[in-house]
Design a protein around this ligand. Structure first.
Ligand SMILES: [Zn+2]
Length: 268
């Protein structure tokens, strides 16, 4: 799952303008990130305070979006983003137990890939192992974890989301369910990594969703698509006396191939 991702990855700094244009409502009316958002767009600048501040503002906006869109209730999910620094990768992550609308520019929390806290006073999310495992194993730039209700419901019913829609291809193939383990543990992180092989998203049994991407927007969109697909399957499979038609693996692979070529020069 790392090979394709590596070419997709962009630095957070280069994405500043695009992200600003897409920032969520909550942030626009909030108080945090004001300084960063009026700064330069970061074209070509060295990763520094502005880049970290901007990445944090984007992270807070994304976390608020998961709550506003009903993918999490309260602070039950978490979001992270990777920022390249001179001291190695810094992972900004939502803190444990702080409502997203109270997070401000001064609340940034950052850890190294070894889990050691390098930035901020607040305690990182208890699901930090999930996030770090993905950053260590892939070139992911952002990770979104939620307890979205339809996806979590599906995680209690199957070991893999049935191929109800071709959008599964956007996550790399049929979405697996990682076996249950206690939240916040390395065991859960390991189970998740197994379920993520050649995928950019998975379900966690009796728990929720995990997706990653080359930006916060992409990771968020994958979560929203996954939740939508789970909702679709639940709706279709709950019609009495009927079983939904499913796509074959060959039909899905055809879409995976088509998406792989999307936006690039024809490969064949
Ligand atoms: Zn969780």
């Amino acid at each position: 799952m790392t090979r394709r991702q590596s070419s997709e990855r962009q630095s957070t700094g280069q994405r500043g303008a695009e992200q600003d244009a897409q920032a969520g409502q909550g942030e626009r009316h909030g108080q945090d990130g004001q300084g960063e958002r009026h700064g330069q767009d970061g074209q070509g600048e060295r990763p520094g305070h502005d880049v970290i501040g901007r990445a944090w503002a984007e992270l807070v906006a994304t976390a608020r979006r998961t709550a506003a869109d009903g993918l999490v209730v309260g602070t039950s999910g978490n979001v992270s983003v990777r920022v390249a620094t001179e001291d190695g990768d810094l992972v900004l992550v939502t803190p444990s137990g702080v409502p997203y609308d109270r997070l401000g520019a001064g609340d940034a929390v950052g850890v190294g890939l070894d889990g050691r806290q390098r930035l901020g006073e607040l305690t990182p999310t208890s699901e930090l192992p999930l996030h770090l495992e993905i950053y260590r194993a892939t070139d992911a730039a952002a990770v979104v974890h939620t307890h979205a209700v339809h996806a979590t419901a599906v995680s209690t019913l199957v070991t893999e989301l049935p191929l109800i829609h071709y959008m599964a291809a956007a996550l790399g193939g049929p979405v697996r369910v990682a076996p249950y383990a206690l939240y916040g543990t390395e065991e859960l992180a390991g189970n998740m990594l197994g379920a993520l092989a050649d995928r950019t998203g998975c379900l966690l049994q009796n728990h929720g969703t995990v997706t990653y991407g080359n930006s916060l927007d992409q990771a968020y969109d994958r979560t929203a698509q996954l939740e939508w697909m789970c909702r679709l399957w639940l709706a279709a499979s709950s019609v009495p006396g009927r079983e939904p038609f499913l796509l074959s693996r060959a039909q899905l692979d055809e879409v995976v191939d088509k998406l792989r070529g999307y936006g690039q020069h024809p490969a064949r």
